[in-house]
Ligand binder design. Structure first.
Ligand SMILES: C[S@@+](CC[C@H](N)C(=O)[O-])C[C@H]1O[C@@H](n2cnc3c(N)ncnc32)[C@H](O)[C@@H]1O
Length: 256
């Protein structure tokens, strides 16, 4: 076994996270630069450090989960969601079952609530939001953001759903109440079913082809017929029919 393979095995035993399902070159590079910065010379030494030092474990987790996010990320796609996808889904029922998977620090599920509030009262909206990273989830629950995360937020929404002090914006409680955050590992945990909409963006890029294949299949199984998977803007699915998906619009897949 190589130094990295041994590291993968130990990390899996300790945290349940399987690094072998993430693209190797990319992950190795990220981890090597972290351990070198901390003065270690190999994955073997790095793991010994992680075992002894909880802060280093946190730093490792923080480095492997890339938490970058923003409200209304790739704004045009959210317009399609608002003007095409939601109206169709809402023809069938008013209470949609929605999951924001790999939601990071909460910008995505809160954006979902803001967009859906054009059609449905907030009291009737409930969104499940999950991520592997507990620190990100805790920040999501606090709901306070630097103004740079709000660059794409329409002005009317900014004044309606945020309070701000200087350059920090907090999401109002009426929006926060619509989202339930939970820890969930897409590579390991079971998936809930019967969703109308699953949003999973900007995480598939980190996974191996084998892992992606399994996750798309799981998402398909979790959607009911007519339900939609909304993916990130570099994450087109090349063979959607394999997972019983039709293309409804660019980056939106409808379960057959
Ligand atoms: C770049 S962020 C994407 C955030 C948001 N979806 C967006 O598009 O703005 C990637 C997120 O995926 C999460 N992640 C990485 N591996 C995961 C896994 N196996 N299961 C669930 N979430 C994971 C990370 O913790 C991180 O918060």
């Amino acid at each position: 076994m190589t130094d990295y393979e041994e590291f993968i095995a130990k990390v899996k035993r300790k945290t349940g996270i399987d690094l072998s399902l993430y693209k190797e070159a990319q992950m190795k590079r990220r981890m090597t630069s972290l351990y070198e910065k901390r003065g270690f010379k190999s994955f073997y030494e790095f793991y010994k450090g992680i075992e002894k030092d909880h802060d280093l474990l946190d730093e490792f987790l923080d480095r492997m989960t890339i938490n970058v996010s923003e409200f209304y990320r790739n704004g045009k796609r959210w317009e399609v969601l608002q003007n095409k996808i939601f109206p169709r889904l809402l023809q069938e029922k008013k209470r949609l079952k929605i999951w924001s998977a790999a939601c990071s620090t909460g910008e995505e599920p809160y954006t979902l609530a803001m967009v859906l509030s054009n059609y449905v009262p907030l009291s009737q909206i409930s969104i499940l939001a999950t991520d592997l990273d507990e620190t990100a989830i805790n920040n999501a629950k606090m709901g306070v953001y630097h103004e740079r995360s709000l660059a794409e937020v329409p002005h009317a929404i900014k004044t309606k759903y945020f309070d701000h002090k200087d350059i920090y914006y907090s999401v109002k409680n009426e929006i926060k109440r619509t989202v339930t955050f939970k820890k969930h590992n897409l590579l390991k945990d079971t998936y809930d079913t019967n969703f109308d909409l699953i949003v999973c963006r900007n995480v598939m890029i980190y996974f191996t082809e084998e892992a992606k294949d399994q996750i798309y299949q799981n998402f398909s199984n979790s959607l009911h017929s007519g339900g939609v998977l909304f993916v990130g803007s570099t994450e087109q699915i090349f063979n959607p029919s394999k997972y019983s998906f039709d293309i409804e619009d660019t980056f939106f897949y409808k379960k057959m």
